[in-house]
Structure formats: C-alpha cells, structure tokens
Ligand binder design. Structure first.
Ligand SMILES: C[S@@+](CC[C@H](N)C(=O)[O-])C[C@H]1O[C@@H](n2cnc3c(N)ncnc32)[C@H](O)[C@@H]1O
Length: 168
C-alpha cells in the first residue's frame, strides 16, 4: 500500500487537531530525553515535532517510499537535519548499537499482522531500551471510525483533483 499511495500520504493528513494531539502526547513523554527511537516513523509527523524541541530521533522506516517522504521533508528543514536519523530497518529484525530512554511506535502495530512478528518487534523494542526506559505503542483497534468512513477528502493540485475515499 505504502508503495502505491505514499506520495499522497501527507496531503490527506486532514485532521490537524488529531495530529497536534498526537505530537503533544509524544512530546510530553519525550521531554527530558536527548535521544529517542521512533519505530515506523513514516513521514516523520512525530519525529519532526520532537526534533523542533532539540530531541534527536532515530527513525526506523523500512518502506523506501515512506522514507523518501521523510528525507525530502528534511531537505526543507535544514535546522532539523542534525536531529533526525532515517534508518532503513524493519522493526521485526533491527539491531542498533545504542539504547534509548524512550522507544515509541505510533499507528504501526496493527499493520504487522503476524503474531510471531509482533512478538519479535516487542522483543527488539525492549532490547533497545535503557534501564527504566519507557515504551509507548499505540495502534488501531477495530475498523474505521465513523469520521473516517464519512470523510472523503478532496484536494486540487493545479488542474487535477484528488479524492480520498475510505473503503472497507
Ligand atoms: C500509518 S504509518 C504511521 C507513521 C507514523 N508513525 C505516524 O504516526 O505518523 C505506518 C508506518 O509503519 C511502517 N511500518 C509498517 N510495518 C513496519 C515494520 N515491520 N517495521 C517498521 N515500520 C513499519 C510503514 O512503512 C509506515 O510508514
């Protein structure tokens, strides 16, 4: 999915209220940390907001398409380049040579369908945690929300109109 629709990912990030709340939540938990690990960073929605507060974020993102969004974004945020490290690794089998006081993963776990793989992700996360470190993992429970089901976004880029329609 991310290979085919990634270029539209941020365009249809329509719910800024939700995004602001997500960023504020993770910032409140990252305060005081120098380095954190973002598992499945996507285009960097959370990582960028932490970097703006001087927190270094190691961004695990295995999808080349999503990672390219993250890296392109960095091209326009020179002051944040020293804080964000895009890493092309999969949460299932990554190994970094450092530990973190905070490891988080937002909106990712429900995409890892295999239970054995989810267990490996959890074990890897714990493996990268400093003593008394913190793990925050959120994931979607159930299907689409009513808001999502009813939403069909529209956006014009020049003379072409794009529409977002949720199915399923
Ligand atoms: C819905 S996006 C969420 C992005 C970001 N965490 C956020 O909340 O804005 C899910 C991301 O998880 C990544 N992902 C999926 N499977 C993964 C895995 N096994 N390891 C690491 N990342 C994964 C996808 O490539 C995608 O960028």
């Amino acid at each position: 999915m991310y290979m085919h629709a990634t270029h539209f990912y941020d365009l249809f990030d329509f719910d800024t209220q939700e995004t602001n709340a997500q960023q504020a939540f993770f910032l409140s938990h990252a305060e005081g940390c120098k380095h954190v690990l973002d598992v499945g960073a996507g285009s960097g929605t959370i990582a960028f907001s932490l970097a703006r507060h001087g927190i270094s974020v190691a961004c695990l993102e295995p999808s080349p398409a999503m990672r390219s969004l993250l890296i392109s974004r960095l091209a326009y945020a020179i002051e944040l380049q020293k804080y964000i490290t895009p890493l092309p690794y999969n949460a299932v089998d990554f190994r970094l040579s450092r530990l973190f006081p905070l490891v988080y993963s937002s909106n990712v776990m429900h995409l890892i369908l295999d239970e054995g793989e989810r267990t490996k992700v959890m074990s890897n996360v714990v493996h990268h945690l400093e003593p008394r470190g913190k793990v925050i993992i959120d994931f979607r429970v159930g299907g689409l929300t009513t808001k999502e089901r009813e939403f069909s976004g529209e956006l014009n880029l020049g003379e072409i109109q794009y529409r977002l329609i949720y199915v399923g």
